[in-house]
Design a protein around this ligand. Sequence first.
Ligand code: GUN
Ligand code: FE
Length: 371
Amino acid sequence: MICPGFIDIHNHLPQHAFAGIGEKELLPWLKKYVFPREKMFKNKEVAKESAKRFFEDLIENGTTTTLTYTTIHPSATDIAFECANKSKIRAILGKVMMDQNSPSFLTEKTQESLRSLLELIDKWHGFDGRLFYALTPRFAITCSMELMKEIGEIARLKDVYVQTHLSENQEEIKFIRALFPKCKNYTDVYNQAGLLGPKTIMTHAIHLNDEEIRLLKTSKTKIAHCPTSNRFLTSGIMSFRKYNKKGLEMGLGTDVAGGYSLSMFNEMKEAIESSKCLYYFSEGKSGSPMTPSEAFYLATLGGAKALSMEHEIGSLEKGKKADFLIIDPQKIDPMKSHSIYTKPEQILSKLIYRGDRTCIKHVYSGGKKVK
Ligand code: GUN
Ligand code: FE
């Protein structure tokens, strides 16, 4: 079988090392696992080894395009771009920015934070038509309004992507309310900073009210839906059906290491199963769970649209970039080709639920074999 390469629109390169440890909820988890690990990326050897492994693992899992957070370190970010370039993956990467409420070893001076990234943008944004830059304010807790407003200015000036986290966890939301009393809600913080727009990808966006949904919709801001992470860190369940009905554009993100796996097969599965939970426990007859074809769309063409790359990737069509996977159907078929379950939707369902990296024989990026 041939299928488009998967598109993972949210993950964290440095966190790959502790994927599978989801102890406690977001804020204590950041303190205990995320920040100490990200500190290590000051060391260029750590940055290089980690980046190499990370892109290898993505490709092994059939992901041909990724939108990724690195760390606050410009050198580690430059190394990540170099490794992405060598791996032949299509990648949008961004140096994390944070200037408040962070440990001292991960806090930058606001102006320093801005200076270092212009060099990275000039060097890498558009490189080989395959590598791009995303301005990456970590989330509004760790970014001053001054920093976020400057980031908004640069985004417009340089026409680069913006990625950040929005409305993931209740404790996070409480903190945001206290930090930005003049803003109406969490989404309005980013709105007032000038960070919403068609090239902005907001991750999680679980606990939004109708006004926030409207803000995202009218600004054409995209959502990275991360169902594995949302469950793993006990953050909540995003209502795919509600957002889908309101016309929000979404893709899927593994959010490693908020999520425990870089596999988009796993992400599709989690997306459908968590949508069923929400349907069963709260949405009832007003909704309907996500279908396998909707999950597959999010992992391919939906992700491409979220990244404004739908003319190049996300489906198998003449004129596109030829990012695709060769899958061995026997690996997902317990009866080894004696199957009578040959309807497209049955094959797709099997692919999602029984697929993993071992069924991917080859991966092509831009027409070149990379696995
Ligand atoms: N919010 C701010 N930083 C992070 C992070 O590293 N992971 C997740 N899941 N949420 C965040
Ligand atoms: Fe994340």
